[in-house]
Design a protein around this ligand. Structure first.
Ligand code: F6R
Length: 607
């Protein structure tokens, strides 16, 4: 969703901000803008709907050099997509960019309108700027005006304000991501909503907490200062400090990040057991397994929720722990029955998904211990949970989650394994490492067969509708397969428990519908009889099934044989790679924007 980047320093700030915003393109946006203090010490604003390139073109024509700049990519919430509603918003030599939603914006706007304030845009964001301006006009120092305004607004937000007179930048957040960084060599200082924008540009990174005002300035002994709301220098600002390693996020030889990320899976799978059994992850796993609980509530959104369904199967099967997975957006409003001796388990790639964070806050409030399976170290979820298990997927740029799903499930498997006594035996860990390595090998072999899957995709991509079906452990990956296909290929797809088709959706089956049937070793006969039902209604059958099974093969229009032996509970992940490739190639034949599908954002920071 929206992205923020601010830069101050001797280098050209506009170039640095544009570079940062480009790195945030993967989050999804519909307009972009920058404001900066130019060489004549005046505030300038440029904003444009569409891609960052549109904005960049205008900036290049101006031959700009600036010492201080803030920029934004907007994903519209309040007010339509147009240049005026784009950020930054400016008035009286002040400029603002904002992520999140101001919940009491309309009431505050009414108050300002009565006072005669003239708004340019329809956004909630401009209300913050208007309040700051109003306070300044009433004699407040700028820093006090920002603090006073921050105290009035409600909702989860991050605000960054540029003072056009001095070039200094202020930033403050409430429940939304914000990160600051310093390059100690080049004396540059940056702020962003996403650490990824800062990678390689800074050598020190700070995650300020809520209610801490960040002040970026040059000419001071400190480029970056943090203040509590009473303007006392904050003692808590180093909530998380990391040295950043540059990740070039290069597509390499791959046409899309999604394909690259699919191909990264074998290596990631191989390294996960090493991390948790011998490496740095041992401590966090030990802490997680020491958490005492009688039941687990898993909450997550989208793909992460489907990963949670597989993790539920693990916890119930291997640990006999009662487990209820739920969509975070439902859980948070449902008054769920949760007790302090239970565990809240949250799964998230970004660690910034608004609904998942709200579900975590609800559990924390009710006294539950909370554990995350999360990719981004230092994210809000990571900071808020009692314990964390990193899924170690690396940066995921493709909006459609692929490798994160695999790593979420596998980290869940490791957590589940760690809860049992046998985990103390080295031989158990060796066996588990072998099983992970076998999965990695099978995925490698599958990737080598990409052409075969591409051919199936080519044969089916023009059909009208798709049903992904599976039973037992394969049901969650049927859901995930359908989600992947609809989000990147823009075709109607549904994931269904195969046994449920005849309770309604089978009415839709005809020769224009495709059934992608996952028929793994578990519940094989039953799943196959469900395929028969579709076949009898003239549906097109693509079966992902065991190699060498004649019956399944003869029943199918297209058959993708897999070697399931030895994978056991990890086999859903193997099947899922077929689904990933099918979706990828179908989207490619459709000609969609695979890495940045329409209407979607990588990190959903609003509810
Ligand atoms: C789909 C996808 C989304 C995310 C969901 C949760 O491909 O990526 O469904 O899984 O928005 O995001 P995180 O994992 O960041 O909490």
């Amino acid at each position: 969703m929206c992205g923020i980047v601010g830069h101050l320093g001797p280098q050209n700030s506009v170039e640095s901000v544009i570079e940062g915003l480009k790195r945030l393109e993967y989050r999804g946006y519909d307009s972009a803008g920058v404001s900066f203090v130019d060489e004549t010490n005046h505030l300038k604003v440029f904003k444009k709907t569409g891609k960052i390139e549109n904005l960049q073109k205008i900036l290049e024509e101006q031959n700009i050099s600036a010492r201080s700049c803030i920029g934004h990519t907007r994903w519209a919430t309040h007010g339509e997509v147009n240049d005026t509603n784009s950020h930054p918003h400016s008035k009286n030599e002040l400029s603002l960019v904002h992520n999140g939603i101001i919940e009491n914006a309309s009431e505050l706007r009414d108050g300002l309108l009565k006072k005669g304030y003239e708004f340019n845009s329809k956004t909630d964001s401009e209300v913050f700027l208007a309040l700051v301006v109003d306070h300044v006009e009433n004699g407040f120092e700028l820093i006090d005006a920002i603090i006073a305004t921050y105290k009035i607004v409600k909702g989860h937000s991050a605000f960054v304000i540029l003072n056009g007179k001095t070039g200094e930048i202020f930033a403050i957040k409430s429940g939304a991501p914000l990160v600051c960084g310093i390059n100690t060599v080049s004396s540059e200082v940056l702020v962003s909503s996403d650490p990824y924008a800062l990678a390689g540009m800074v050598d020190k990174i700070y995650f300020p907490e809520d209610k801490v005002l960040c002040h970026l300035s040059v000419g001071n002994t400190n480029l970056l200062n943090f203040y509590e709301l009473d303007k006392e220098k904050s003692k808590r600002y180093l909530s998380k400090k990391q040295d950043m390693v540059h990740d070039p996020a290069d597509k390499g030889d791959f046409e899309h990040f999604m394909l690259k990320e699919i191909h990264e899976q074998p290596e990631l799978i191989r390294s996960l057991t090493q991390f948790y059994f011998q490496g740095e992850g041992r401590d966090s796993l030990e802490k997680a397994r020491q958490m005492d609980f009688s039941k687990v509530h898993i909450t997550a959104c989208g793909t992460a929720y489907y990963a949670g369904l597989v993790v539920r199967d693990y916890l119930e099967k291997f640990n006999k722990i009662s487990c209820s997975p739920e969509l975070a957006s439902e859980f948070r409003y449902r008054e769920p029955l949760i007790k302090p001796n239970e565990l809240g388990l949250f799964i998230s790639q970004s660690g910034e998904t608004a609904d998942t964070l709200a579900a975590q806050a609800l559990c924390k409030e009710a006294g539950l211990k909370t554990l995350s399976l999360v990719n981004v170290e230092g994210s809000t979820l990571f900071r808020d949970c009692t314990e964390n298990l990193l899924i170690r997927a690396g940066v995921e740029i493709g909006v459609a989650s692929t490798k994160a799903f695999t790593q979420q499930v596998l980290t869940g498997r490791i957590f589940s394994a760690s809860l049992n006594e046998e985990f103390q035996n080295e031989s158990f860990k060796v066996e588990m490492t072998k099983k992970f390595a076998l999965l990695a090998q099978r995925v490698d072999e599958l990737l080598a067969r990409s052409e075969e899957i591409k051919e199936v995709a080519e044969s089916i991509y023009n059909y009208e509708g798709f049903f992904f079906t599976g039973r037992g452990v394969y049901f969650p990956v049927a859901l995930e397969g359908a989600l992947k296909l609809k989000e990147i290929a823009y075709v109607h797809a549904e994931g269904y428990a195969a046994g449920e088709l005849k309770h309604g959706p089978i009415a839709l089956i005809d020769e224009q519908k495709v059934n992608i049937a996952i028929v793994g070793p578990e519940l094989f006969e039953k799943a196959l009889s469900n395929v028969q039902e579709i076949k009898a209604r003239k549906g097109v059958i693509v079966t992902i099934g065991p190699r060498g099974n004649k019956e399944a093969e003869e029943l199918s229009d297209y058959y993708i044989p897999l070697d399931f032996e030895g994978l056991d509970e990890l086999s859903p992940l193997y099947v899922n790679v077929v689904n990933q490739l099918l979706s990828y190639y179908m989207a490619k034949f459709k000609g969609t924007d695979i890495d940045k599908p329409r209407n979607l954002a990588k990190s959903v920071t609003v509810e």
